[in-house]
Design a protein around this ligand. Structure first.
Ligand code: FER
Length: 290
């Protein structure tokens, strides 16, 4: 029955109404039996709620020209409280899932989460760039969204050659590897692991939340353990223990453990394929970077 449901979901491109991501049943295969999870510590109540009386950041929308799609592409940007052009900020590139676009992460309340963390001095001021990770001429999340998966691969060139240069030209940001992070949810988690680890010279911090089957195999992700150890400062993952996609994260975690490579994977208790887990991911990952 569950198999039938997923097949129907994939064919018809049905996504759930509130979260735009598909419902993922427990059917995507087992995970390595030796996987050792890191400790889950609950986020405090209200971490994602608006708090009165603190400084607030700003959400803006911008457009950049892409030589990959030959179109103007929209991107959502979070600027931290008191964004000041006289200062320089590090940048987190934050990627959405198969059912979403440059606005999907707004469901994860990044402004509330980051404003609250800054107010408590638990995260460094940073710019968060939320692009449309589907690098196609028509990059809308409509119809059978699974058919748009090739656009998520094409985004690698768009990110490296078009979006990052655009951000670095138009915002007051650092332009070196130690000041760049990449993370994402589901398809965006797979993209973050794929691109973040393939471009060790560009990204110091890499996060995957409920990463999807677009995630490359561990040996492809980390072909050179020494290069990884030298350049990567954080490889951090979370996935719900009720999410059928856990295998993508646990395969990588086992590989890293076997090869003595630093890697975190938290199994979110009762966690499904939704923003409960992804908000938790942003809340934790953003405190560990820069
Ligand atoms: C799949 C299952 C889930 C898949 C992608 C997803 C490309 C992505 C889910 C999401 O982004 O929420 O088999 O194949």
């Amino acid at each position: 029955m569950k198999k039938l449901f997923l097949a129907a979901t994939m064919l018809l491109g049905i996504t759930s109404v509130n979260a735009q991501e598909p419902l993922i049943p427990m059917m995507q295969g087992g995970m390595p039996t030796d996987v050792k999870f890191n400790e889950y510590v609950a986020a405090p109540d209200g971490f994602d709620k608006e708090t009165a009386g603190i400084e607030h950041g700003t959400i803006v929308e911008a457009e950049y020209q892409s030589t990959v799609t030959d179109t103007l592409r929209k991107v959502t940007i979070y600027l931290p409280p008191k964004y000041d052009k006289a200062k320089k900020y590090p940048v987190l590139y934050l990627l959405h899932g198969i059912g979403g676009d440059h606005k999907e992460w707004l469901q994860g309340e990044p402004k509330n989460i980051m404003d609250n963390l800054y107010a408590q001095k638990k995260a460094k001021p940073m710019i968060i760039v939320m692009p449309n990770g589907r690098a196609l001429k028509d990059d809308r999340a409509i119809g059978n969204v699974y058919a748009t998966a090739p656009g998520f691969e094409k985004f690698e060139g768009d990110l490296i050659d078009c979006l990052i240069p655009y951000i670095e030209k138009n915002y007051s940001v650092y332009t070196d590897q130690p000041h760049r992070a990449i993370a994402g949810l589901s398809m965006g988690g797979g993209q973050s692991l794929n691109f973040g680890l393939a471009h060790l010279d560009k990204f110091a911090y890499v996060g995957g939340f409920s990463s999807a089957p677009n995630t490359r195999q561990p040996q492809q992700l980390i072909p050179d353990a020494d290069a990884f150890k030298k350049s990567n400062k954080l490889l951090w993952m979370v996935c719900g223990d009720k999410d059928g996609l856990m295998r993508n994260s646990s395969n990588l975690k086992s590989f890293c453990d076997q090869n003595n490579l630093p890697c975190t994977l938290i199994s979110y208790p009762g966690g499904q394929h939704d923003f409960v887990v992804w908000k938790y991911g942003l809340y934790n990952f953003s405190q560990l970077i820069f």
